[in-house]
Design a protein around this ligand. Structure first.
Ligand code: PHB
Length: 389
């Protein structure tokens, strides 16, 4: 046989062999499922999480762990009654590799159960439900946001140091509100204060007149509140319109004023809140993130955008360790759990339960910014009560 032909045949055979033995995964896309609210009071929060996630992926040339990313989406409407069905659209129907979601704690608990039952990796990019990184924790469950306890607890000693001795709490009646109030009470009463009354309205109700009347009559030193999204806009406006902010200062977890300032306008000026992100951090990492986000979306980023961005960073850390082979589930997850995330909020690690150990900032509303005042509590870890990991 002609030796040149022979060599060509050999090469062709070798390349066919290479194709046959090349790992199948290299050609496949990584499937990411967004289970987020795209309608209702939390709609803007869901969009910000998706925007943040996609920004990081774009910065990596559209890839994570060297593989292209394919997105699947479900609007969960912040409706716990539809949560299991919506989760299974992504898990069973679309067979995603990782679910990123969601905003509402009640929906997130059903999502975490569906993820655990199917051994699907879940990155919670907002919902603070303490149980997810408490009794429901598991090797495939991660969070890049916070527990409801974290920012609320941090406000307790801050408000007491500010001279407040008695507080009324007000929130929506569901897991996030209940847990935020509990966290605040723990921090405030440990410092020496007293919560004298807890007021609630059903989620996502925005009829606040009767709770405002009750607050005005009781005259506590302060009010602590948990509201977010569209509901936070309305609550802050109503509190201001009732003239209460002049005599009874309003405090809250920072969701009260994050991503909402444009709509709240003058009614939010001067409000003090605690959160794991703030405006004016002025670090090179945050400045670069903010410039890129603004360029991509013509919007200032908020805490939700940061949490989405960091969900993508966390996935990247896991995928880099397994060179894109997400089938190596245990290695992928172990690498995520031990990662240090170079977040715009400041670097953070995950606890054994999978929740960020992070600084909580005290912020004050000035114009359209939640301006950082100082770190209220450094490297605050959720107690992860009930997690056996
Ligand atoms: C929650 O339900 O856990 C929740 C929702 C919106 C926020 C924060 C927490 O801004």
């Amino acid at each position: 046989m002609n030796p040149i032909l022979n060599r060509a045949a050999l090469l062709a055979g070798a390349s066919a062999l290479m194709f046959a033995t090349a790992p199948a995964h290299a050609a496949d896309k990584i499937k990411v499922g967004f289970m987020l609210p795209y309608s209702g009071t939390y709609a803007a929060l869901g969009t910000a999480i998706e925007n943040g996630f996609k920004l990081y992926v774009q910065q990596q040339g559209g890839k994570l762990g060297g593989r292209e990313v394919e997105y699947f989406k479900v609007d969960d409407e912040s409706n716990p009654a539809k949560a299991s069905e919506n989760a299974n659209r992504l898990i069973k129907r679309d067979q995603v590799d990782v679910v990123v979601g969601t905003v509402h704690s009640g929906v997130a608990m059903a999502l975490a159960k569906a993820a655990k039952d199917s051994d699907t990796t879940l990155i919670v990019a907002n919902a603070g439900a303490d149980a997810i990184t408490g009794p429901m924790c598991g090797p495939g469950i991660f969070r890049t946001s916070f527990t409801n306890w974290q920012p609320a607890y941090a406000m307790g000693p801050v408000a007491f140091a500010d001279g407040k001795k008695t507080a009324i709490t007000v929130t929506w009646k569901y897991a996030a509100g209940d847990e935020a109030v509990k966290g605040f009470r723990e921090g405030f009463e440990k410092a020496g204060g007293k919560v004298v009354k807890d007021l609630t309205v059903p989620f996502p109700n925005v009829e606040f007149q009767s709770v405002l009347t009750e607050i005005a009559a009781a005259k506590p030193d302060m009010v602590f509140s948990f509201f977010a999204g569209g509901g936070a806009v309305k609550f802050v406006q109503d509190y201001h319109a009732a003239g209460l902010n002049k005599s009874i200062p309003l405090y809250g977890s920072g969701f009260l004023t994050d991503g909402t300032l444009q709509a709240q306008g003058p009614s939010a000026q001067g409000l003090m809140t605690t959160l794991h992100y703030a405006d004016g951090l002025n670090t090179p990492r945050d400045n670069a993130f903010r410039a890129d986000y603004d360029k991509a979306y013509k919007l200032a980023p908020d805490v939700y955008a940061v949490q989405g961005y960091d969900a993508a960073q966390l996935m990247q850390a896991g995928l880099a360790a397994v060179k894109g082979d997400i089938g190596k589930k245990a290695d992928f997850r172990n690498a995520m759990r031990s990662a240090t995330i170079d977040s715009p909020r400041g670097p953070f690690t995950l606890s054994a339960a999978g929740n960020p150990v992070q600084d909580i900032y005290l912020r004050k509303v000035e114009g359209l910014e939640n301006k950082v005042q100082r770190v209220a509590v450094q490297k605050l870890a959720d107690p992860a009560r009930g997690c056996k990991l």
